[in-house]
Ligand binder design. Structure first.
Ligand code: AKG
Length: 394
């Protein structure tokens, strides 16, 4: 990682002359910071003492009278200290925070170098991104731990069969075994080439690409609940207040984020199997982005669906259209594609036919893609923080 940081230096001579002009003995410190993979402890003391000296100079007299060379030297020394810190200590969040603070002080009190004018700005961006990445990973790991002791409804309590799984079938195999017979299947290794798989788990990438864009968010336990509602907010607000916090359940669900934000559209590809459809139009592509425990209640859609899991895990229960009489669709037109029965807590007195429903169970992990044929009922729960993309096609 320190090497990544060093690549920001366009002109090492400038950096060197800025620091060495202040204290010639720093020449060794400078060289060692770039050349040695292990840094001696005294190098840290040397650069600290130079920064202390410069700090005193910066705080003497009126700000406007401070020689620009002192301010540039402070910037250069801040960068050198950062490299030394990164090379000399164990790599932790605290270390990254200390480096970011060093760089921020360099930005606030120093002055841009003439050639390496963006050095500290780029360095700060780099460090805060690393920090964010680590925090996002920790969040996801914590969530995973939570999921292990979870209070979520468990697929094991459902009677049924596990879904067929197939590794990247040919078009012909998919067509003959699943599409023609309208049978759901989980496909593995079909989206390994998607940039989204590596980019989107880095929440800072999503924030950077789309943080200030306004998106619709569903608030409430699920869309068939009476307290359910929708709010518009920026993606950043959603991530801060709903993705990382869990008091109120918020779900960026069934939103065509990709027409809205083409940069994200470039990170995914339409599955080639969609060419089996009759319709020449592109599939309708939707984002499903949210914390653990989002629920899409048991419902069906009119089109073929490929539900691709970009990160996180979801559990699904599917029922064939033949089982519709066991699932008791709502009577109102608006919810006629949604079942009244909750497969995890069926009220068998009210919905006795549910006993005869034959569930197909599926755990969908990152990088997997589920084929849901038209009219197949599906109930979806996010077991972790999750991002899925659906392709509806016909
Ligand atoms: O992932 C979800 O929460 C629901 C997905 C869904 O219902 C769909 O793709 O049709």
């Amino acid at each position: 990682m320190d090497c990544d940081l060093i690549t920001f230096v366009i002109d090492k001579d400038e950096l060197r002359s800025a620091t060495v002009a202040i204290n010639p003995t720093l020449d060794k410190t400078y060289k060692s910071c770039f050349q040695d993979s292990k840094i001696q402890a005294n190098r840290k003391l040397e650069i600290e003492s130079v920064l202390d000296y410069l700090h005193d100079e910066l705080n003497t007299g009126h700000w406007s009278k401070i020689p620009i060379t002192i301010r540039r030297a402070f910037s250069a020394a801040s960068f050198v200290k950062t490299i030394i810190l990164l090379k000399s200590s164990e790599f932790t969040d605290d270390l990254l925070k200390q480096c970011l603070k060093t760089v921020d002080l360099g930005l606030l009190l120093g002055a841009p170098l003439q050639v390496n004018s963006e050095l500290l700005t780029n360095c700060a961006t780099f460090l805060s991104k690393k920090l964010n990445e680590r925090n996002a990973t920790c969040e996801i790991q914590n969530q995973k731990r939570k999921h292990e002791n979870k209070d979520l409804d468990n697929l094991e309590q459902i009677n049924g069969v596990n879904i067929d799984t197939i590794v990247c079938p040919s078009l012909e195999t998919f067509n003959n075994k699943y599409f023609v017979s309208q049978k759901p299947v989980k496909l593995q290794d079909c989206v390994t080439h998607w940039p989204a798989l590596s980019k989107w788990p880095d929440i800072t990438y999503l924030l950077k690409t789309a943080g200030d864009r306004t998106v619709p968010v569903e608030i409430g336990s699920h869309y068939a609940d009476e307290n359910w509602g929708q709010k518009l907010m920026t993606l950043k607000e959603f991530i801060t207040n709903y993705f990382y916090k869990s008091e109120d359940l918020g779900y960026l669900a069934q939103h065509n984020l990709f027409d809205q934000i083409p940069e994200l559209r470039n990170d995914i590809y339409i599955p080639e199997y969609c060419c089996l459809g009759q319709d020449d139009n592109e599939p309708e592509i939707n984002a499903w982005f949210g914390p653990a425990k989002t629920i899409s209640p048991l419902h069906h859609d009119p089109k073929n669906n490929f539900l691709v899991q970009v990160f996180g895990t979801k559990q699904l229960i599917l029922y064939s259209p033949d089982d519709t009489f066991c699932l008791y669709p709502h009577e109102s037109t608006l919810l006629s594609n949604t079942a009244q029965v909750d497969p995890f807590n069926p009220d068998l007195d009210k919905y006795p036919n549910f006993r005869n429903a034959k569930a197909v169970k599926c755990i969908l992990e990152a990088g997997e893609m589920l084929y849901i044929p038209p009219k197949w009922w599906h109930h979806v729960t996010a077991l972790e923080k999750s991002f899925s993309v659906s392709f509806w096609w016909s």
